[in-house]
Design a protein around this ligand. Structure first.
Ligand code: ZN
Length: 238
C-alpha cells in the first residue's frame, strides 16, 4: 500500500512539474506576443502614412521662392480697379531645375485659378520642371526681365487690348526654354527672350505631343504655338 501511495505521490509530482513547465511555456508565448505587438505596430503606422508616388507639399525641405501678400503682389500696377478685382494670388508647388520641390506664386484671374492649381499639380506629379514662378512685381512689371529670368507668371497689366496677360487670363511657362519665334513674313521681329535656344529634348520644354501641352488643352487653354504670326511656345490662354 505504501508503495502504491509513493507511486501516486510521484505521479502528482510529475504533473505538478508539467504544470509549471506549461506555465513557463505560456509566459514565454505571452512575452513573444507583446514584443511582436509593441515593436511592429509603430512600423506599420509609418508604412501606411507614406505614399511614395505622391509628392509631399508639406515637407519642410520645400524651397520658398516667394511669399507675397495680395497687396504686395499688385503694388505699383497701373491696372484699373475693375481688373484688380478679378485677380487671385495662388501658391503653386513645382519641381525646379535644381530637382527640388519649390513653392512659388501666380497672380492670375480667379476664372482660371482652379485650372492652374490642377495643372501645377499635374506638372509636379510628372516632374515637369518649372524654373520659378514669381509675380512680375519682382521684375518691376518688366515682361522682358521676367522672360530673361525664365520666370513663369500670369498677370502683367499692359496698356494694350490684345494681351490676355493684361487681365490674368494667360500664363507664360519657362519662357527661356520655350522662346517666341516669328513665322515667315514676320522674321524681322526679334525672337524673345534674347539668346534663348529652343531644344525640345531639354526638360521643361514643350512640343506638340508633350503631355503637359495636352493637359493644358484638356482644360480649355489654347497654346501660343498655334498663333498666326509667331510660335509663342511658352504661352497658354483662355
Ligand atoms: Zn504670354
Amino acid at each position: 500500500m505504501a508503495k502504491i501511495n509513493r507511486i501516486y505521490f510521484n505521479l502528482i509530482l510529475i504533473d505538478f512539474y508539467n504544470f509549471r513547465q506549461m506555465n513557463k511555456f505560456l509566459s514565454f508565448l505571452s512575452l513573444i506576443f507583446f514584443i511582436t505587438f509593441f515593436s511592429c505596430s509603430p512600423d506599420k503606422k509609418n508604412s501606411n502614412s507614406t505614399e511614395p508616388t505622391k509628392i509631399d507639399k508639406t515637407n519642410n525641405t520645400v524651397i520658398v521662392d516667394c511669399h507675397y501678400t495680395f497687396e504686395e503682389a499688385i503694388a505699383g500696377s497701373k491696372a484699373p480697379k475693375a481688373v484688380i478685382q478679378q485677380l487671385q494670388l495662388i501658391n503653386v508647388h513645382y519641381y525646379s531645375t535644381d530637382g527640388k520641390v519649390h513653392v512659388g506664386q501666380i497672380l492670375t484671374n480667379r476664372e482660371i485659378a482652379e485650372d492652374l492649381l490642377h495643372l501645377f499639380d499635374f506638372m509636379l506629379q510628372v516632374r515637369f520642371p518649372i524654373a520659378k514662378a514669381i509675380p512680375i512685381i519682382k521684375y518691376n512689371w518688366n515682361d522682358n526681365l521676367s522672360m530673361q529670368a525664365n520666370n513663369t507668371y500670369s498677370f502683367c497689366y499692359r496698356n494694350t487690348s490684345y494681351s490676355k496677360h493684361a487681365y490674368g487670363m494667360a500664363i507664360d511657362i519657362n519662357p527661356y526654354f520655350n522662346p517666341i519665334h516669328w513665322k515667315n513674313g514676320f522674321q524681322y521681329r526679334q525672337d524673345k527672350p534674347l539668346g534663348a535656344v529652343y531644344n525640345p529634348k531639354r526638360p521643361g520644354t514643350f512640343y506638340q505631343s508633350h503631355p503637359v501641352v495636352l493637359e493644358f488643352k484638356k482644360y480649355g487653354l489654347r497654346w501660343g504655338h498655334n498663333f498666326s504670326r509667331n510660335y509663342d511656345d511658352h504661352h497658354f490662354e483662355k
